[in-house]
Design a protein around this ligand. Structure first.
Ligand code: SF4
Length: 218
């Protein structure tokens, strides 16, 4: 089947989803992007290496909002949004400055992530998102460092410090965000009690997701 033009913004529920990148430092065992051939509900999310600029995304969001308003902007696609941390922040700044035509500057912004932004940027990335992002959902999936390696299958440079770095990201996000959720796909062997305790210890709320939830990405 011939693919449609890649979607840089796509709609799901009441949100507008930004497809910032296809790059990802993990290869999660549950990721649906290959099985679904980079398609999500009729949207082709395969950017083919042509990552959109904040200005292009801003224009696409303005068009979408004019066609039908949305109540949330979500960074989530078949890739880890914080691989383009600078562009992510730039787009949020445009929004907060009222520069995304027609879209309210105070619109709720959510980031779905695997939580590796600290290692990706080498900085306290969550703190830098303060005032730009309202809600962070971190896909941690297990309270156990060894299981994290098996489930998330990080690239070698993220393996050694990955798990601890995600915990630090969650802790920092919890102190600056209105909402910080730590999510787990309900894979066999998951200790939900331990997972929920860890999430709360980090200052976040736990959330469990069925294996094939109707939501893609991180
Ligand atoms: S589920 Fe998300 S974080 Fe995991 S490999 Fe797929 S795109 Fe990357």
């Amino acid at each position: 089947m011939e693919k449609t033009k890649p979607a840089i913004v796509y709609r799901y529920g009441r949100g507008a989803y930004v497809n910032l990148t296809n790059r990802c430092p993990t290869a999660c065992s549950f990721c649906i992007k290959r099985r679904w051939e980079m398609d999500y509900r009729g949207n082709n999310l395969d950017l083919g290496g042509a990552e959109p600029s904040p200005a292009e995304i801003s224009a696409a969001l303005a068009r979408e909002y004019a066609a039908a308003p949305f109540s949330e902007l979500v960074f989530c696609g078949y890739g880890e949004p914080t691989m383009r941390f600078g562009e992510l922040k730039e787009l949020c700044r445009l929004l907060r400055a009222g520069a995304v035509q027609g879209v309210p500057a105070g619109l709720r912004v959510r980031l779905n992530t695997n939580g590796l932004a600290g290692l990706i940027t080498g900085r306290d990335a969550a703190a830098e998102l303060s005032g730009l992002v309202d809600s962070v959902h971190v896909s941690l999936n297990t309270p156990d460092p060894a299981a994290w390696l098996e489930i998330m299958r990080p690239a070698p440079q993220y393996a050694e410090k990955g798990f601890e770095s995600v915990l630090a990201f969650v802790r920092s996000a919890s102190s600056v965000m209105k909402e910080t959720m730590v999510t787990a796909v309900e894979l066999p062997g998951l200790d939900k009690g331990r997972f929920a305790a860890l999430a709360r210890e980090l200052g976040a709320e736990p959330r469990f997701r069925p294996v094939l939830e109707e939501e893609n990405g991180g």
